[in-house]
Structure formats: structure tokens, C-alpha cells
Design a protein around this ligand. Structure first.
Ligand code: ADP
Ligand code: MG
Length: 334
């Protein structure tokens, strides 16, 4: 169901000179959802986010929020807030003053803005560091301060551009959980730009996949992973093989790809597939990733449960048949 609080892009275009960074993109971002804007570097994610935030003008099209076109409003009047990758904290201000900054700009009195900043620092678990300067904080703490600062304007939509990319892997997973918790608690829309498939799968209620200045596919994490529309989506999401059969291309999840070793007999329910040669295998703990080369030099991966791999191991150079359940073969757009 549509709501006024949905954010809608209507044929939004961004041109830089002759170059088209975002090409007539239309999309409805449902209110109160965690949305990840996912795609390779240079596909137009940041440009899209900056146009929503108002840090970049639209070349064409409209951006609707709360039943009005916000595309020509200044950033502070849109109902959106942006958390920058670099955090952009003021180095000479305490954490508390950084968080309270936009209320100060609005003319809110000192007591009120400090009380509100205190509440937000509490929300992000930073109350004890309110009097520190940004330089006295770790990367993760700076990020929490930047989050509190963006949230103090009570936005309907929080925009985050690669918010986790500066963190080490351990902190990244922790902050990921934290962002998800915050979004649930606040109930507002988060639009989180990332080029990381894992990050998007872990976080998003909705994944919007961009490529070459347009949206390739949008849906829940399970939808885009299990039913990629195009070869680009299948390859970019990873975990899939792209197989040509009868003149059409199909996606087949690597973990649904079976290996039939000649002489070992057919597997029940498994379609006899294509010939391939084993090129490598990697032990990944729960699974073993078997690298294969198939017809037309196509590279394939079979992700086998470790016990089934070690029950009938294959070695590089072995000839095998690659098989599947027909229901797992997913036809791609021509
Ligand atoms: P992403 O965030 O997905 O990596 P961007 O939106 O930053 O992509 O960039 C999309 C395209 O627009 C790229 O080709 C990039 O070089 C170009 N671009 C981005 N910002 C500018 C700018 N300020 N001036 C000119 N070209 C730009
Ligand atoms: Mg970017």
C-alpha cells in the first residue's frame, strides 16, 4: 500500500556535462523500510542519494516525499538527512555540540538542543563521550556521533552513503546490526548505499540494484537473490552460475549445483546437465567451493556441503557432469 511518507523518484536524471550519471530513474521507496542501493562503483548510487538529499540538483524529474515535490527545496527543508562517509564532524566542537549543531542553526535554545542531543547520544550509546572532541574518538564512535547528528533533525528518510566502508571487518558487522536496530526503533526509511552484496543481503528489507545509471532490479533480498532478472544481477549478487541452454541463459545457485561423477550413478531428481572439468577446490568450513570449466569455457562453481564433498571428493582435472533440479534453473532476460 502506498503512503504519503513513501519517497518517490519520478524519472530522475543527473547529467554532469554530457555524461549521464543517473538516467530517468523511477522508484518508490516504501516508508519505514531499510533500503539498500547496491551496485558497482560509478553506477550512479551516490548521485542518486545526493539528489534525494538536495546536495546535488536534479537535471530532470521529480522527487516526491510527504505528497510534495522536494526536488527544489534546500536540504534542511526536505525531511531527509544524510550521513556522510567521512562523517564530516566539526573538529573543534565537542560531540554534544556536533550533534546539536543543526538545531543551533535553526535557532533552538541551548538547553533544548542539548537535551535533544543528549537523547540522541543515548540512542546511539554515546552518552559517556558527549564532551569529547572528534579526534578523541575511534572510527566507530565518530560514526555513531555522525548518526546522532543526522538524526537530530527528525528526518523521515535517513540517507547513508557507504557508511560502513571505513570500518574494520569486525566493527563493520557490529555497526551493521546497530544500524538495523536503529532503523527498527525509529521506524523511518533508511536508504543505505553500498557496493557490498553481503551488506545489502544482511540489512535490506528492499534491495535496489543499479547498473550503468539505471535500476536493474528491485525486491526483497530473497527475491533478488533467488530470482535475478538479468545476467548482470546474477553475477553481481554472486553465488550463481550462468548457464546457456537451448539458446537461453539461466541462473543456477552455486549451492544448488550438483556434481555427478561418471560411474557413480545418477542422483535422484537431478537433471543430467552439462560436461565440465574440475579446475580447483577451496575448503570454506561448512562448504567446499568446487571450480569448474564448462562448455564455451564458462566458469562455474558448485558449492557443496563439506560432508558430501569429502564423501566423494574430486580433484582438479577430473571430468564430471554438472546437474540440477529443474526447479532451481532460473531463466534470465534475453
Ligand atoms: P557511485 O556512487 O555508484 O560510485 P556516482 O554517482 O558517484 O557513482 O558517479 C556516477 C558517475 O557520475 C560516474 O561516472 C562518476 O564519474 C560521475 N560523477 C559523479 N560525480 C560527478 C561530478 N561531480 N562531476 C562529474 N562527474 C561526476
Ligand atoms: Mg558512491
Amino acid at each position: 500500500m502506498r503512503s504519503l511518507l513513501d519517497l518517490e523518484l519520478v524519472s530522475v536524471t543527473k547529467r554532469y556535462g554530457d555524461a549521464v550519471a543517473v538516467n530517468a530513474v523511477s522508484h518508490l521507496f516504501p516508508a519505514g523500510k531499510y533500503v539498500c542501493l547496491l551496485g558497482p562503483s560509478g553506477c550512479g548510487k551516490s548521485s542518486t542519494l545526493r539528489m534525494i538529499a538536495g546536495h546535488e540538483g536534479v537535471s530532470d524529474g521529480a522527487i516526491l516525499l510527504d505528497g510534495r515535490d522536494i526536488s527544489h527545496l534546500p536540504p534542511a527543508r526536505r525531511g531527509t538527512a544524510m550521513m556522510f562517509q567521512s562523517y564530516a564532524l566539526f573538529p573543534h566542537m565537542t560531540v554534544l555540540d556536533n550533534v546539536a549543531f543543526s538545531l543551533k542553526m535553526k535557532g533552538t535554545d541551548r538547553a533544548t538542543r542539548h537535551r535533544r542531543a543528549g537523547e540522541l547520544l543515548e540512542l546511539v550509546g554515546m552518552s559517556h563521550l558527549a564532551q569529547r572532541l572528534p579526534a578523541q574518538l575511534s572510527g566507530g564512535q565518530q560514526q555513531r556521533a555522525a548518526l546522532a547528528r543526522a538524526l537530530i533533525t527528525d528526518p523521515q528518510v535517513l540517507l547513508l552513503d557507504e557508511p560502513l566502508s571505513a570500518l574494520d571487518p569486525f566493527l563493520r558487522t557490529r555497526m551493521r546490526t546497530e544500524l538495523k536496530r536503529l532503523q527498527r526503533e525509529l521506524g523511518i526509511t533508511f536508504i543505505h548505499v553500498t557496493h557490498g552484496q553481503d551488506e545489502a543481503l544482511a540489512l535490506a528489507d528492499q534491495i535496489v540494484i543499479m547498473n550503468n545509471a539505471v535500476i536493474e532490479q528491485a525486491g526483497t533480498a530473497r527475491e533478488v537473490f533467488n530470482a535475478p532478472k538479468s545476467e548482470f544481477v546474477a553475477r553481481f549478487m554472486g553465488g550463481h552460475n550462468v548457464i546457456a541452454l537451448g539458446g537461453r541463459r539461466h541462473a543456477l545457485r552455486a549451492d544448488r549445483t550438483r556434481l555427478v561423477v561418471p560411474g557413480a550413478g545418477a542422483l535422484p531428481g537431478i537433471s543430467d546437465g552439462i560436461d565440465a572439468t574440475v579446475t580447483s577446490y577451496e575448503f570454506l568450513g561448512t562448504h567446499v567451493a568446487v571450480g569448474l570449466i564448462g562448455p564455451g569455457d564458462a566458469e562455474l562453481t558448485a558449492m557443496l556441503p563439506e560432508e558430501s564433498f569429502f564423501a566423494a571428493p574430486v580433484e582438479p582435472g577430473h571430468a564430471v557432469r554438472v546437474g540440477w533440479h529443474d526447479a532451481d534453473l532460473h531463466q534470465l532476460d534475453a
